[in-house]
Every structure is written in structure tokens, then in C-alpha cells.
Design a protein around this ligand. Sequence first.
Ligand code: GAL
Ligand code: CA
Length: 365
Amino acid sequence: MKKKKILAAGFVICMGIWLFCVCRKEDRLEKDKLYVGVTYYDQSDTFINALIDCLKDEVQNYEEKGYEAAIQLRGASGSQRIQNDQVKELIDAGCNVLCVNLVDRADPSEIIDLARENGIPVIFFNREPVAEDMMQWDKLYYVGATAVQSGTMQGELAVELIKSDAGIDRNHDGKIQYVVLEGEPGHQDAIIRTENAVEALKRNGIEIEKLSYGIANWNRAQAQNQMLQMISQHQNKIELVLANNDDMALGAIDAYEKLNYTESALPVFLGIDGTDVGLNAVRESKMAGTVYNDKEGQAAAIMELSAALATGKGMEKIEFEKERYIYLPYFKVTPSIADYMEKGSRNRYGKVSLYMLQRSVIMTS
Ligand code: GAL
Ligand code: CA
């Protein structure tokens, strides 16, 4: 009898050990798979390159969290045709979610068709497709930021500066003579930023006079050229330079440096993005301010959504606007904020991310 009991107990223990091993093995087998395919419009864009770095960090994060995670990256060299081919490659390579920074935001149909045929969800980011295209399939999402807000904030930064420093109106005519450096025509962040910056100035009672504008496609060198032309046309009359992004504001500063302008003869420069070079220029007071385009938050949102779509888990925790859009807030950066961000840059994400703070997924290391 006793022998039987010992045998039975032994059997139970063995079964327990065996079950434990099987479960552990199954745990391993069931590791969540996150294979992200990313294609972005151009390899020479400063902000996009920084955003891509954040995406890489995020994927590593998911690996550390126990996912089987990998990212494949393709730069599309400004060609929609190349980008369409890259999407095919990424699908063939086995990606289970696609993140697409469109070259031509009005031409996503081929990508949408490819993704739908293969049942792979798409997260568009930074370059927002038009609403009708987003309706083509219910597995299309967008992560970005609101252009209106960035323009308004840039305008408000200008208002604060103009109200606190009478010297900005250098010819004392009661008006601020300004020029605009614009991003790519047709990009949601170009015209809308300009319009809303100007609107904020007017709303706050600042008299303004537009002297000129130049299209510089987000690019520093092109902005320098445009600015050189505008300076040759208007000489010392320009009091404010509103640039749709930091790189173009920096290009404008380059133009003045090239012409050896003294500091007292310089206009006020304002950018948008808060790229590393942009923040440095704000810290050094070369640029009066910028508006932070929260790349860390955008990357966190893209990857959280990617993981949910790839694994079918956690979708209910994500907050959408208009059902399939996530917009991250911008914030204003003055020299003191830029200083603060530099000091905070020792944490893993570099800069403060409102998105991560809100969702309390901020990482410390
Ligand atoms: C904007 C950004 C620009 C440029 C552009 C590319 O949001 O401010 O610097 O990167 O996206 O689509
Ligand atoms: Ca003036």
C-alpha cells in the first residue's frame, strides 16, 4: 500500500515536471512576433532620420520586453515608384506590419492595394494621406502631429518676442517685416504652418508686412540660397524669418553668416522640429525659438500600434482620434526649455516626450 502511494506521488511529481517543461517550451514558441517594415520618403531629411533612430530604439525596447522583434528600413530617395517596390520587398521579407512615410502623400493607392492583398496593416506616419485614401481599407492608420498647432505655436513665440523687445521692429515703423521659408508644396505641414503662424501674429494685434517667401523643401542648403536671394532683394528690411522647419531656419542663418552680418543687424529666426541642431541653435540664441515635433512620442505610438496590430493584443488600450489617427502634441521651445532638454537628454529617449509621459511608458536607464 505504502509502495503504491510512493509510486503515485512519484508519478504526480514527474507529470508536474513534464507539464512545467512543456509549458515553458510553449512559452518560448509563443513569443510575440513583431516584424516591422519601414519605408521613408528621403534619406537626407534631418527630422525623419532622427525619427527613424527613435523607431530603432523602440524596436529594441520590444525585444527587451520579450518580443521577437526586428525592423527593416528602406529610404525611398524621393521616388514613389521606388517606395512601392520597397513595400513589395518588405512584404516578401515577411514583415507583419508596415510603417510608411509616403513620398507622395496623394498617391498611396498601390501601397494600399499591396498591403490589403497580403493582409498586412499599414501605419502611415508624418506625411498624412488624404482622408479618402484612408477610407480605402480599415487596416490603415496614421501617426503624426497637428500642423495647425505647430504653426500657431510658432506665431505665438513670435508674438511673445515682439511684445517683449521693441528693437525687433528695427525701422520703427510699427510693423514687422517678415519672410517665410516654406517646406515642400503639398505637404500638410507647409502651408498650414505658415497660415497659422501668421494668423497668431494678427490675432495678437501685431502689425505685419510680408516681404517675400521662398520654397526650400525642408532643406538647409536650399533655404540658404533662397535667403541669399531675399536678402539681396530686401537688404536690412527683413525683421523676422518664419521657417516651416529648423533646417530651413538654419539655412537662413547660414546665409546671413555668409554675408558677415553683425548680430545687431540680424532678424529673428524661428523654426519648427527641435532637431538636435535646431535645439543647439536655440541654446546658443542664434535661433529665437522652435516648436518641438515629438519624434520620441511618435515613434512610441507607431511601435505600440505596430505591436498591437502584429499580435492582436493591446489594441483596446490605444486612444485614437477619428478612429484610426494618433496625433502627438507639439510644445514651444525657448532657450531655457532647450537648456532643460539638454540636461534631460541623459535618459534613453533623449528628450521629454509628452506621449510617453501621458501613457507613463517613459523609460529610464
Ligand atoms: C515635417 C518636419 C520637416 C520634415 C517633414 C518631412 O513634419 O517638420 O522637418 O521632416 O516633416 O515630411
Ligand atoms: Ca518694421
